[in-house]
Ligand binder design. Sequence first.
Ligand SMILES: Cc1cc2nc3c(=O)[nH]c(=O)nc-3n(C[C@H](O)[C@H](O)[C@H](O)COP(=O)(O)OP(=O)(O)OC[C@H]3O[C@@H](n4cnc5c(N)ncnc54)[C@H](O)[C@@H]3O)c2cc1C
Length: 505
Amino acid sequence: MATKFLSPKLLNTLPSFTRFLNSASTAPIAAVSPLNFDEKPEPAAAEKQLTSLNEPTTTTTLDLYDHQKLFASVSTWKLVRSSATLGLASNERFVDFGMWVMNSRLMETSLVRDVILKTVKHTFFQHFCAGETTEEAADCVRRIHDGGFRGMLVYAVEHTGDNAGCDRNLEGFIRSVEFAKSLPASSVSFVIAKITAICPIGLLRKVSDLLRWQYKDPSFNLPWKLNTFPIFSDSSALYHTLQKPAPLSPQEELDLQLAHQRLLRLCRKCVQDNVTLTIDAEDTSIQPAIDYFTYSSAIMYNRDDKPTVYGTIQAYLKDARERLFTATKAAESLGIPMGFKLVRGAYMSSESKSASLLGYDSPIHNSIQETHACYNDCASFMLERIADGYDAVVLATHNVESGKLAASKACDLGIRKGNQKLEFAQLYGMSDALSFGLRNAGFQVSKYLPYGPVDMVMPYLLRRAEENRGLLSASSLDRVLMVNELMRRLKELQFACQVRDGISK
Ligand SMILES: Cc1cc2nc3c(=O)[nH]c(=O)nc-3n(C[C@H](O)[C@H](O)[C@H](O)COP(=O)(O)OP(=O)(O)OC[C@H]3O[C@@H](n4cnc5c(N)ncnc54)[C@H](O)[C@@H]3O)c2cc1C
């Protein structure tokens, strides 16, 4: 159906997109705790890379394995604490128990709740979050910026069910933009927003149903619908909407208008304060409405060469490639620059569960290799577009292989260091090895920095716990690197003691 939107000329370019298909490796992921970003990039290495980026090359200098160099500025105490936190997060039994407690009625007892929240605050929260207040978050941004990184500011509210909650959340996002503006120039790359925080979630479900039905039946009229890019492709899962949905009631239409006005106010604020906004992707039951909000506001606010509004594409979805392709091409045909954050996706277990409950295939690729290949294809596609002067991308990944492939391709294409249209990003507290390596190679790297009260950030922390559990979890490589560095320091200490004892004898 997306093909209807595209001109034959644009369709002819489809093979050049599919040409990028490759099967990326299943390499484990690098992650280090938010150890210490005071380590400055080495000027010589950065300069060397800058020169080589000017000339097409097939090599990059991503050094992710020299733990001594990597953790040179990190105190031994910090190394111990971070590897212990990541080690706990990788313990499946511990994570299962933690999740059971968080979802149990124990949390309704204020004493137990206080103890649990305090424990979380001094362990996982400290590791994965920038702070509870804007002051704490500002310290964190300054620290990482001194170390050569930028911050993606995430006021970590999750979904809400009513307009009053949405209004409160909007004020939080607006304050985030003001906060970003108050920080040192270029220390903040993006302010992140979640549409579920500014539009009631029930309404997002309903709007998604209506959009899906219109995709199945283009004659189905949606009087409230604004101009948008294509939201679905022929491979999109439509099983969430099995029956023709009722139209929005007058109250729902009003609520939708209010939600739109919230997003537009946020976009205007971003334009006014020269801050770039990225909209997070969530689960497929509501993602069509999220894309609808994102694209309709991008059409209004992305101007000239600089996208103000970025969307997010989750490469674990079977329809990710086609949707990315049709959306970028539609934007191009309207002369609108588009930006995308490219992620694999964080709602894996809930997606599979809800599809199997309804008796449908999961919308997620059948194998992890297919997800890796999809991510790398999409990254390749976006890098080609940037090299051709279109669009912008944030390659948000902890996957070392994807990082290396993208860095190498960016060099091959001559995409220069400092090009505002290419950003790598990792979550704060994860994959610092990859972040340091990319930074040392001369790329722009951001850390995703959630901040807010501990209880508000809890759903985010639970997703991180899910991601880091298991032996081959997202933090496995960084844990190995940290332990190796601790062992090296221990041996060094032993040797120093032996030398001292030898001298004194
Ligand atoms: C800066 C940043 C922003 C982010 N924003 C978002 C966002 O807006 N929305 C969102 O959903 N996520 C977001 N994420 C989270 C991201 O989706 C997760 O980090 C992701 O799950 C991990 O992918 P990775 O690229 O780091 O690579 P890896 O760690 O290599 O990914 C491997 C993981 O992919 C999962 N997986 C995917 N497909 C399959 C499959 N077919 N079979 C088995 N396992 C599979 C598994 O859980 C596996 O552990 C963001 C991440 C970053 C770094």
